[in-house]
Design a protein. Structure first.
Length: 171
């Protein structure tokens, strides 16, 4: 089994959804796949909080996290348990902010939701920033069946994950 495809879904303090593109206030297919997976985990009572990450793109009027919040509320998640991280422009910045949100609430673990290729780097960053990560990759991302796109992301992560391991530091 490839590491990135391992699903560690289990109870954690929070479920964290890594952002992806949104289009005019609607989640992209990639973001929708991540949100749907997180909602499934939420409805299984695997987290106390739902943390949505993702900033506002160059010509966007809303953030990926805000689009995720609207989607989650429409699918039964109470607004009172949703936190948004909207400032991060990179995975590292978002994960650092998530660590701060957890620490401020005395929480120590998170179930991380993204695409399979992203899981190793998320785990490295979570540990680096001081919280316990459990990974739960979405199985329905439109990236997975697209062989060319999938390999592009795998190649990119094969560079980014070691860089995160060796160079990313907790502030």
């Amino acid at each position: 089994m490839v590491w990135s495809s391992r699903d560690e879904a289990r109870p954690a303090s929070a479920i964290v959804v890594l952002g992806a593109a949104q289009y005019a206030g609607k989640p992209s297919p990639v973001l929708r796949a991540r949100l749907d997976h997180a909602l499934d985990l939420w409805h299984k009572h695997l987290g106390q909080l739902l943390i949505l990450t993702g900033g506002t793109g160059e010509r966007d009027t809303t953030s990926e996290a805000a689009v995720g919040r609207t989607y989650a509320i429409k699918h039964g998640v109470p607004d009172t348990v949703i936190l948004m991280e909207t400032e991060g422009r990179t995975t590292s910045e978002s994960m650092r902010a998530v660590a701060g949100m957890l620490e401020a609430r005395g929480l120590q673990s998170a179930l991380l939701v993204s695409d399979p290729f992203h899981m190793l780097r998320l785990r490295i960053l979570a540990r680096r920033f001081g919280f316990i990560p459990y990974t739960s990759p979405t199985r329905t991302s439109p990236i997975e069946p697209n062989r060319e796109q999938r390999w592009k992301y795998i190649f990119s992560e094969s560079i980014k994950a070691p860089l995160a391991f060796f160079f990313e530091r907790k502030m």
